[in-house]
Design a protein around this ligand. Structure first.
Ligand SMILES: [Zn+2]
Length: 520
């Protein structure tokens, strides 16, 4: 057995007993022992306890996907794949947490734990010496679905999830492409915030197993080569930037779009591999970035100071186009896994903000003013579609106000565990969404629980990992600063802002009040 841990020094030791919490009585214990013994000799799907009996599960996390826009764009005929998922599945609103900080909520979705339990509290944090650091996987204190599935012998592929760098080792053949955020992305002017991460070519500890790195590097090269045409395929011919403000916003959208594209490449590869993973999870973030930036262009009538007509003409479709990109991606993933259970969800909804504000003021010049936001935690989207789910559709013409509340972001992980036949932890903040599962699913795989999935060995391993976090960060940042010119050029082509190595490390600042809302 491999040790679990990160792939750059230092590794995280700590293996633990996998079966003890799951096994509840002697006969089951015997059966599991038998299956475990058999699996030592015959490593096949059929030997994995119950894993082979479930449909594969595909989870698509879409940052900031808003029901109102989904319904509106679906009615315009722009979202054929979401429309099908809504018509064939169980759909409704997903209540979220406040403050709506992406790394915090996506980690709650991944762990089922409250922020105070899982330990990711913001985009970045300052240490005792007052130095700012990006929140990484090393700060996470709770097991995420990739840990829980691996421990239970399920295969799992994860792409682009928040706070997954440095990537963790996954047992049972799991694979992962991390969303990498670097110190250079810390935005001190806005408070200690960062923009969305991506896969960075040729840098360490971003893929599990490490051999997946060269495959991702080739995806980066191919995307950089075709950057303009790829952008045009989604957003149409290049729009003329009318001001530095619009230019800065458009750059951020491009960066998030290219990052999502790489995660889509990785998810496609994963779904083409045989045998299929029990769970494939991918995160897309461009919808959130576009909605922060271009709400005023999308809905100029809602603003006291709308943008000039030529800007609306050039950028009014950006949000729509990102929704179309997500929809097309969903279509591709579904075609690759036609028999899978699909869950599409967002961490929160979105709406216009700063509607009275004059965007021509000085703030606008720096791009630090936003016309869309989610600071008041509007509910997100939840759609589950596939053989394990009841059918309780949302019609395209529905009114947002009439949509049912399916559950909260806390309930997602317990539900994923139920679908994988793994007991949920009673210390988790949510519970499985029993009402979305068919009677046959519940009968074949009754929902089970254990007191907790956390244990002393895990906690000790996480504590050791955190002790080495500074070293891991230095190692990575050092590698980032010595990238050769060719790779830097490639990364620039797909929107990554290469750090300015001539300037000293940015001055430490305390994290801003998270209650003031996320800007990413
Ligand atoms: Zn946001």
């Amino acid at each position: 057995m491999r040790r679990r841990g990160i792939t750059t020094p230092p590794s995280v030791p700590g293996k633990r007993d996998k079966t003890i919490r799951i096994v509840r009585n002697a006969s089951v214990r015997f059966a599991v022992a038998l299956v475990s013994a058999a699996s030592l000799f015959f490593v096949t799907d059929a030997c994995r306890p119950s894993a082979g009996k479930r449909p594969p599960l595909v989870v698509v996390g879409v940052d900031g996907l808003e029901w109102r826009l989904v319904l509106e764009f679906a009615q315009e005929g722009l979202l054929p794949n979401l429309t099908r998922l809504m018509a064939e599945g169980y759909a409704g609103k997903l209540q979220t947490l406040e403050p709506t900080l992406s790394p915090v909520i996506w980690t709650t979705i991944a762990t089922g734990m409250k922020p105070e339990q899982h330990g990711i509290r913001d985009f970045a944090f300052t240490d005792e010496a007052g130095v700012a650091h990006v929140s990484t996987s090393l700060q996470r204190q709770s097991k995420a679905f990739w840990n829980l599935l691996s421990e239970a012998g399920r295969t799992c592929h994860v792409d682009g999830w928040w706070c997954t760098w440095p990537v963790e080792e996954l047992e049972a053949g799991g694979t992962m492409v991390a969303q990498t955020t670097t110190r250079a992305q810390i935005d001190f002017k806005q408070g200690v915030r960062i923009w969305k991460g991506t896969y960075l070519k040729s840098l360490p500890s971003q893929t599990w197993p490490p051999e997946l790195g060269p495959v991702m590097d080739r995806h980066v090269d191919a995307l950089a080569e075709a950057a303009e045409s790829t952008l045009a395929a989604t957003f149409g011919p290049p729009a003329k930037e009318t001001s530095p403000f619009v230019g800065a916003m458009w750059e951020r959208v491009q960066q998030a779009f290219f990052a999502d594209h790489l995660f889509l490449d990785a998810a496609r590869d994963a779904l083409k591999r045989a045998p299929a993973s029990d769970l494939t999870a991918v995160y897309f973030g461009v919808t959130d970035v576009a909605s922060h930036s271009f709400w005023r262009h999308f809905e100029p009538g809602a603003f006291k100071h709308p943008p000039p007509a030529e800007e609306v003409a050039a950028f009014g479709r950006v949000i729509r186009d990102t929704y179309r990109f997500v929809d097309a991606s969903l279509g591709e993933l579904r075609a690759l896994a036609p028999d899978a259970d699909f869950i599409v969800l967002s961490d929160h909804g979105f709406h216009a903000v700063n509607v009275e504000k004059d965007f021509s003021d000085a703030d606008a010049q720096t791009g630090r003013i936003e016309s869309g936001h989610h600071g008041d935690a509007p509910p997100g989207v939840f759609i589950a579609c596939g053989p394990s789910f009841k059918r309780s559709p949302v019609a395209v013409g529905s009114d947002v106000a009439s949509l049912r509340l399916v559950g909260t972001v806390n309930d997602v992980l317990p539900t994923l565990l139920a679908l994988e036949d793994i007991p949920f932890g009673e210390d988790m903040a949510g519970r499985p969404l029993r009402q979305i599962l068919t009677d046959a699913t519940l009968e074949a795989h009754p929902i089970r629980s254990v007191a907790t999935h956390e244990d002393a060995a895990w906690r000790a391993a996480r504590a050791r990992a955190r002790e080495h976090a500074a070293e891991a960060e230095r190692h990575f940042e050092g590698a980032l600063q010595t990238l050769d010119a060719g790779i830097l050029k490639t990364l620039k082509a797909i929107g990554y802002t290469v750090p300015d190595t001539s300037s000293p490390v940015a001055p430490p600042r305390k994290p801003s009040d998270p209650g003031k809302g996320d800007s990413k």
